[in-house]
Design a protein around this ligand. Structure first.
Ligand code: ACO
Length: 375
């Protein structure tokens, strides 16, 4: 049976760091509240478009695999913050890495976009449609954040990661997965202002207001990620004792702790990045996996469990068997240009550009959606 081994991995974090103290300069919040409620201390803010983060991560992953862009047969761009919609973002990566023979498409399941992309890429390799795939998780949340809303503004950051999958006769890569969506909860996380219906109301694209029921998201996330984790362990016939590391989506330290407890994982088995990157949506889980490998936390041939959730509410869990290699085959010199501004300066520029007029903000709040209507 053919499998889809992970043979290349790379990440790209923008260099500018936004601290809790930076956030407190323009929001009624403080380091103590953010740290105790979320575990977050810092997050990154990008000075370049999201696709530049994606391309840099992709180049690093391709070099790690000892391949070049022209070898790549499929590009999956997982994101909910694309720089543009037509043409798609995956084709932009394709052009820049020179993958002239590749197929290329975007996937949006919010924070689980990379994980859904990993399943699609794996399936297309297993069914013989392609021999390899480049899967990317990238997010530029800073551009559509509602920076005046402390409920959400403290939680997110920008970043990207990419992985190269390649056909293999060894049982490596994704060995069990669960994908699901709690569509009845789609209204508890909504970014008003992103989409064509808002343009019809005269709203300028990118001006946003977030619907965010933090407590309900918390509850559903814990339920969904822990049930999906137990499901994949059962499907694969393994227990937590067989798993070397849990690398979860990192939306809140307390969500991670609750999921780990329900799935039977001790704290020493859970890999964390939430304190330094916050929630980078679809980039979160793959960045964490890349860092876990770089830090030697993923032994050769070991099992990694990756539970995740996102707006929709989509949820997933993947059980991955790592291969024999933990180091890149080829070095890579891909780098972002230096940032001319601090993270706080970038955020203040975005805030100045996005200041909502009173009338526009009021119109956002009165919009209703099909799931809110009765009858
Ligand atoms: N600073 C200070 N106070 C704040 C802040 C802040 N940044 N944000 C909210 N508060 C206040 C609220 O205004 C509210 O005050 P009130 O009670 O006077 O109205 C109070 O804090 C809210 O307190 P709690 O609801 O008890 O806060 P909780 O401990 O539940 O933490 C949080 C809130 C962090 C949002 C939590 O519910 C959470 O993490 N939810 C899930 C968030 C999440 O996963 N987001 C990502 C979803 S997208 C994705 O990853 C797919």
């Amino acid at each position: 049976m053919t499998h889809a081994a992970i043979v290349g991995w790379g990440k790209c974090l923008p260099p500018s760091i936004l601290t809790n103290q930076d956030l407190a300069t323009f929001l009624p919040t403080d380091d103590e509240w953010i740290t105790s409620r979320t575990g977050m201390k810092e997050r990154r803010i990008s000075h370049v478009p999201g696709i530049e983060l994606a391309i840099t991560a992709a180049r690093r992953a391709i070099a790690c695999a000892g391949m070049s862009g022209k070898d790549i047969e499929l590009i999956i761009y997982g994101s909910c913050s694309n720089d543009e919609t037509v043409p798609n973002s995956a084709s932009g990566v394709q052009q820049r890495i020179g993958a002239t023979q590749a197929a290329a498409f975007d996937v949006n399941t919010a924070c689980t976009s990379f994980m859904y992309g990993l399943s699609i890429g794996t399936s297309m390799i297993k069914t013989g449609i392609v021999k390899n795939a480049l899967v990317i998780g990238v997010e530029l949340i800073s551009q559509y954040m509602d920076w005046d809303n402390r409920n959400v503004a403290v939680l997110f950051g920008d970043g990207a990661a990419a992985m190269v999958l390649q056909e293999s006769e060894q049982e490596t890569g994704v060995i069990a997965e669960k994908l699901q969506c709690y569509a009845d909860s789609r209204q508890i996380l909504r970014v008003r202002g992103m989409g064509t219906m808002y343009a019809n109301l005269g709203v300028q694209f990118g001006q946003t207001s977030w619907d965010f029921d933090g407590r309900e998201i918390f509850r559903k996330a814990v339920q969904g990620m822990s049930e999906a984790s137990l499901d994949v362990m059962q499907r694969a016939g393994v227990t937590m004792d067989d798993i070397a590391l849990v690398v979860p989506h990192q939306a809140n330290l307390r969500i991670i702790d609750a999921v780990a407890k329900r799935a039977g994982a001790g704290a020493d088995k859970v890999f964390l990045t939430v304190q330094k990157y916050g929630n980078m949506s679809s980039a979160t889980a793959p960045v964490a996996l890349v860092e876990a490998v770089e830090e030697g936390r993923v032994p050769a041939g070991s099992l990694v469990l990756m539970p995740a959730f996102g707006g929709g509410l989509t949820l997933s869990a993947h059980l991955i068997r790592w291969g024999q290699r933990m180091t890149p085959l080829t070095p890579c010199d891909a780098e972002l240009p230096p940032s001319p501004k601090t993270a706080l300066e970038i955020v203040n520029d975005i805030r100045a550009q996005k200041k909502l007029g009173e009338a526009e903000a009021a119109r956002f709040k009165t919009l209703s959606f099909p799931e809110n209507r009765t009858g």
